[in-house]
Design a protein around this ligand. Sequence first.
Ligand code: FAD
Length: 315
Amino acid sequence: MTDSTMNADVIIVGGGPAGYAAAVYAARASLQVLVVEQGMPGGQIATTDEVENYPAIQEISGAELGQRFQEHAEALGAKTVYAMVTAVRHEEDQTFTVVTDQDELRAPSLIMATGATPRTVGFEGEDTYRGRGISYCATCDGMFYRGKKVFVIGGGNAACEEAMFLTNFASEVVVVVRRDQFRAPKGVVDRMLANPKISVKYSTSVTKVEGGTFLHSIAFKNNESGETYIEEYPEGSFGVFVFAGTLPQTELFSGLVELGGDGGVITEENMATKTPGLFCAGDVRSKQLRQVITAAADGAIAGTAAYQYVSEFRK
Ligand SMILES: Cc1cc2nc3c(=O)[nH]c(=O)nc-3n(C[C@H](O)[C@H](O)[C@H](O)COP(=O)(O)OP(=O)(O)OC[C@H]3O[C@@H](n4cnc5c(N)ncnc54)[C@H](O)[C@@H]3O)c2cc1C
């Protein structure tokens, strides 16, 4: 770093898998790297008990995996700043100012790795039983429902695709749709309905789940008749998957990037956005598969691209 008014060569917003993978690659390329994280490092994965699909690690807790991402980046010289980023400015001199709730930071390059959050539907018990019967990710948690009954909430493409995927594990999949029809394309719906393990509750909402350590009951409301009813099961014998959409966290820099149909940031193959020096990596991008491995891969590419950008910028 040559300019003393800069805090780093690259600032990375978000200390999840994408952010710390970017930090590993940028730090190994000798850049000075700051990762700004508002909460517990590790991102979304730190909130789950078991991760069984990160290659080369058969089983690990999400918290430990998140911590290892951070430790690896910091061992290479990256530093973590614990603060919430409240605004991002692209200055006339082409540098970036990152405004946090504590300080302002400056760098010639910025990687946004702010992640995404699954949309919740708001029934009673949804938050309480998250990770103990309520899930938002079939790829992550489908395995844990082998031989069990599963309810899928949602009427869109993701709900149909994930319901079909869940039949690889579950004994039975019941799709709960708010309206009297699906929003997903007809071809997808027809393929789903042809699966003998799948049935549908139309015009129905889940209003409540209850349980002990895991779930034992689920309450429904028929949105046409107003009828409500409860289904009881042995504790832990069923699960609920919610597919109501994903919210990529783009508010901070929405003016500096282009967004895709899923609300995620559109990037070039090297994670570049329409603003020179600004890269995006991980779940915040517009993409098909939001997982640790894809976030880490994005981060690796963004960290390398930031190095190339900063090298040119310094000339
Ligand atoms: C319950 C659950 C279970 C999952 N299980 C699996 C699994 O088994 N296997 C798998 O591969 N994937 C799993 N996933 C998905 C995986 O966690 C994500 O795909 C991955 O974490 C995305 O990484 P990311 O770095 O892009 O974003 P995130 O992990 O979302 O990290 C973004 C980080 O940015 C920070 N941040 C956001 N805004 C700001 C701001 N303004 N200022 C400062 N910091 C900010 C956040 O606090 C967060 O730490 C699971 C997800 C969930 C929710």
